[in-house]
Design a protein around this ligand. Structure first.
Ligand code: SF4
Length: 323
């Protein structure tokens, strides 16, 4: 007998029964070495069933006492059958190798319009990475959880993960879309031309960059500065939500349609979303134009400034110099 294929013929003696069970025992050990506990559990169940079946075929005499037990035993140092080498053991699963589960995946058209997203986000869709239920996470914990992230295809072209920058207890958080070329090189969000404009906007509001926090929906640069795709947003968005849970700001400014639509689970165009107070997990959220868009469409700066002035009122800030 050289496999654990089902036994078709009943054993003729207790010796044969013992041989069968010994064969099963060896197979269990082989499974344990090569297949892990799941296979072992299956094989154990099978062995128990087969052992019971075999016992029922034997006369109830002392021969049964010779049957080796089927309980776990010490594993041998070598495979039981040289002619049937066991397959290579599968590599251990990497911790957090797969994207975190997203209850409400976001889909997008080729022009970046988000579709098929619920109008109301669950309170904390999750589990959120780096977050222990009932505990407020730290940004360091979330960054560690992100690691050398390979959860979406944007990892292939990036130079740096651009996690976020600023005050980890900021009352005001700006959320953008994703890193551009300069951000990718430096590993810091909003340091290119759009970043310069954002810095001016922040200063005009009466804040410094050190006081507030800045991050993006996706942490790696989309190639050629294209829009982030639905699967990329779905993979990275939980980290943004964890960041916001860690910071717990009073106000979020969503810069551009990707930030606004992702956080709000709302497909309304940014031209209609902007300037209207919304709420994200109980936090006031102001959608406005992305600075990169304002660089291309400077006439829209006035509207963005109006949006930011509403934010300033929350903080009792006086209007500063207009950018
Ligand atoms: S974009 Fe986000 S999910 Fe994708 S590889 Fe970068 S950090 Fe990971």
């Amino acid at each position: 007998m050289n496999s654990w294929a089902p036994v078709n013929e009943p054993p003729e003696s207790a010796e044969e029964l013992g041989e069968v069970v010994e064969e099963l025992r060896r197979h269990l050990l082989w499974q344990e070495e090569t297949g892990g506990p799941v296979l072992l559990a299956d094989a154990t169940k099978l062995a128990a069933e087969r052992s019971a079946s075999l016992r029922s075929m034997l006369p109830p005499r002392g021969a049964v006492a010779k049957v080796p037990p089927t309980e776990p035993v010490q594993a041998p140092s070598s495979p039981p059958r040289a002619e049937t080498p066991p397959p290579a053991a599968p590599p251990p699963a990497a911790v957090s190798a797969s994207p975190p589960a997203i209850r409400a995946p976001v889909t997008a058209t080729s022009n970046g319009m988000l579709l098929d997203v619920p109008q109301q986000a669950p309170r904390y869709p999750g589990p959120l990475p780096g977050v222990v239920e009932g505990e407020r996470p730290t940004l360091d914990q979330i960054r560690r959880e992100l690691g050398d992230c390979r959860r979406c295809k944007l990892c292939t072209g990036r130079k740096n993960i651009v996690f976020g920058v600023g005050n980890p207890r900021a009352d005001l958080v700006f959320v953008g879309e994703g890193p551009g070329e300069n951000e990718d090189i430096q590993g810091v969000p909003f340091v290119g031309a759009a970043g310069e404009l954002l810095t001016k906007m922040i200063q005009a509001m009466g804040f410094s960059r050190d006081e507030i926090y800045i991050c993006n929906v996706v942490k790696c640069r989309p190639p050629g500065n294209r829009n982030p795709e639905a699967d990329e947003i779905a993979a990275c968005e939980p980290f943004l939500r964890s960041q916001l849970l860690a910071i717990q700001p009073k106000v979020i400014v969503a810069l551009g349609k990707f930030a606004a639509q992702t956080l709000l689970r709302d497909t309304t165009p940014i031209t209609r979303l902007r300037g209207q107070w919304r709420e994200y997990q109980g936090v006031k959220l102001m959608p406005t134009f992305h600075p990169a868009y304002l660089l291309r469409s400077p006439a829209e700066k006035r509207k963005a400034w109006e949006d930011l002035q509403q934010v300033m009122k929350i903080f009792g800030k006086q209007a500063g110099a207009r950018t």
